[in-house]
Design a protein around this ligand. Structure first.
Ligand code: FAD
Length: 331
């Protein structure tokens, strides 16, 4: 079994910055990511959105930001491993940890940093007939690239931010976009709803449910709809159906360690230590108090920085807590 100082769980924004910081502090680490991609929520939920609130970067496409974070994370050549789902953390008698990856013991480490966000998240399914059959044949749960919808007739189910963001994103390329919401409540930001209404290409259908996805065996061709207010049914032509009705998060249950929670977060103190000595947590997975968390990239980055410096001190008690300014390096 490979032995290492620190295992970082998750290669989202927080885990990527933690990987960089570990390199900066000369902590030998490996970062384990269950998905085949880096960037956490970014590639999964909003790769083409523009992000405005990362210090020093006035505006950037989210996927481009994730690419830059990955590049930065690799600066000190600390390993990042994909397809590596951490299934358990077992504390040993000598206060080290055995990390189980994909149900097999894989690493022994002195410390663990949880950067696992909201855990594994899977999109909520619509439950319509034909939905599973046409998954990846026109039915999808996120918009990765607006180019995928060029000249297509696209139905988007949902009334929240994701549905409207996706609609506004793909409208310029698509032939037409229809947002379908099962009731009359639209929860997206007002500006997104206004942009959709102004686009001239987006239609909003309220009280509308997709009951059946119809296709030719290879791709989606039609949707069977129910207007649940008027109790009428109809078919419309469609090439694609994007289901944007949220995600079900299943928080990690590392059964061998009993991490203390505050609401749904792993509770940490000001040093980003959990209740288990040697396990630290930062980013969307962690919270210091029972106040609402600022679940943001910049916040996760700052927490990762603090956590890694405390990990350094934990592993090497004689080390200073602050490792100095990066501007004093010559890389
Ligand atoms: C639609 C949307 C728009 C947003 N816009 C902005 C914005 O404009 N600005 C901003 O600052 N923030 C924004 N956010 C929030 C931001 O994306 C999150 O705060 C950020 O992704 C949190 O990073 P994280 O690394 O802590 O967690 P995550 O991004 O959730 O990453 C956690 C990673 O850990 C992995 N993981 C989980 N469990 C395991 C396991 N057991 N083993 C291995 N890997 C595991 C996951 O696969 C994932 O890759 C937005 C979020 C959404 C949903």
């Amino acid at each position: 079994m490979e032995e290492i100082d620190l295992v970082i769980i998750g290669a989202g924004p927080t885990g990527l910055f933690a990987t960089f910081c570990a390199g900066l502090r000369e902590v030998k680490s490996i970062t384990l990511e269950s998905m085949e991609a880096y960037g956490g929520q970014i590639p999964t939920l909003y790769p083409e959105k523009i992000v405005y609130d990362v210090q020093g970067i006035p505006r950037i496409r989210a996927q481009e930001l994730a690419d830059k974070m990955y590049e930065q994370a690799q600066l000190f050549h600390n390993t990042i491993k994909f397809g590596a789902n951490v299934t358990d953390i077992v504390q040993t008698e000598d206060k080290n940890f055995i990390i189980e990856v994909n149900n097999e013991q894989a690493y022994k480490c002195k410390a663990v940093l949880l950067c696992s966000g909201i855990g594994h998240f899977v999109p909520t399914k619509l439950g319509a007939e034909g939905e599973a059959e046409y998954a990846d044949k026109g039915v999808s749960y996120a918009v990765k690239s607006s180019a995928d919808f060029k000249d297509k007739k696209v139905a988007i189910v949902g009334g929240g931010d994701s549905a409207f963001d996706y609609a506004n994103m793909i409208a310029p390329a698509a032939a037409l976009v229809i947002i379908m919401q099962h009731n009359e409540s639209l929860k997206a930001a007002e500006s997104s709803i206004e942009n959709a209404k102004k686009s001239g290409k987006i239609t909003i259908m309220l009280n509308t449910e997709v009951k059946k996805v119809i296709g030719d065996g290879v791709k989606v061709t039609k949707l069977h709809l129910l207007n649940n207010k008027e109790n009428t049914e109809s078919d419309i032509d469609a090439d694609a159906l994007v289901v944007a009705i949220g995600h079900k998060a299943s928080p990690n249950a590392f059964k061998s360690v009993k991490l203390e929670l505050v609401n749904r977060y792993v509770k940490v103190n000001g040093e980003y230590k959990t209740n288990i000595e040697g396990i630290f947590a930062a980013g969307d997975v962690a919270n210091i108090s029972d106040q609402p968390k600022f679940a943001l990239i910049a916040v996760g980055g700052a927490e990762a920085y603090s956590a890694i410096n405390n990990v350094k001190k934990y592993i090497t008690p004689q080390a200073s807590l602050f490792g100095g300014h990066s501007s004093s390096l010559d890389l």
